[in-house]
Design a binder for this molecule. Sequence first.
Ligand SMILES: CC(C)(COP(=O)(O)OP(=O)(O)OC[C@H]1O[C@@H](n2cnc3c(N)ncnc32)[C@H](O)[C@@H]1OP(=O)(O)O)[C@@H](O)C(=O)NCCC(=O)NCCS
Length: 192
Amino acid sequence: MNPDNLGARLPALCEDGLVLRWLTTVDLPALMAIFADVRVVRYMATEPLDTEAAASQYLLSIHEGFLAGSLYQWGIELDGEIIGTCTLAAVDRHNRRADIGFALGRKYWGRGLILRALPAVIEFAFRRLRLHRIGADADPRNAASIRVLEKLGFRREGLLRECYFHLGEIQDALLFGLLERDWDASEYCHRG
Ligand SMILES: CC(C)(COP(=O)(O)OP(=O)(O)OC[C@H]1O[C@@H](n2cnc3c(N)ncnc32)[C@H](O)[C@@H]1OP(=O)(O)O)[C@@H](O)C(=O)NCCC(=O)NCCS
């Protein structure tokens, strides 16, 4: 039983021509197409999903995370196709915070699509889950991700030196935070 009373699955969110929706086994080929690409997972805490078994395990962890109320991950659908995902992870009801994550398949980069999807997730976090803070981290080299976070209103809060060992290299992480009042002041906020 999901602790946020969300029922059996994540509610679909519609945003600016995109549908954010629950992922099922039907979406395994799309998840592989997105996450088998090393360019996509280069700066993510995800290993490349380059086998069906890895993709199935990934989907299972999404469903288990939903049931535990610790991870909410939506597929981003454009014209009937799953093109990426966005995530609230490490959902912490006591401290009213979570971390946000996002990724698009390589061929969908550079079209402003993630900035169309993420406001719905942030609204869900603050209004539906009643969170107070959303955190994020990004490799300092991940310019697109940093730009997306700052455009949404996230503030830089620090740098964790050499905190990930991923795909054969040590990576730094810039830390970001978005408080509900930051979001209310963001031009992307639905109330804005
Ligand atoms: C991060 C990601 C979702 C960005 O989504 P996107 O919709 O392709 O973003 P866009 O290319 O439209 O760019 C967003 C902004 O970043 C800017 N940007 C993109 N690449 C850039 C670069 N190399 N240097 C500087 N700015 C850049 C764009 O100009 C745009 O800013 P603008 O709206 O002011 O012009 C996508 O690159 C991705 O899936 N990356 C792999 C997964 C990942 O790293 N996720 C984040 C983990 S923290």
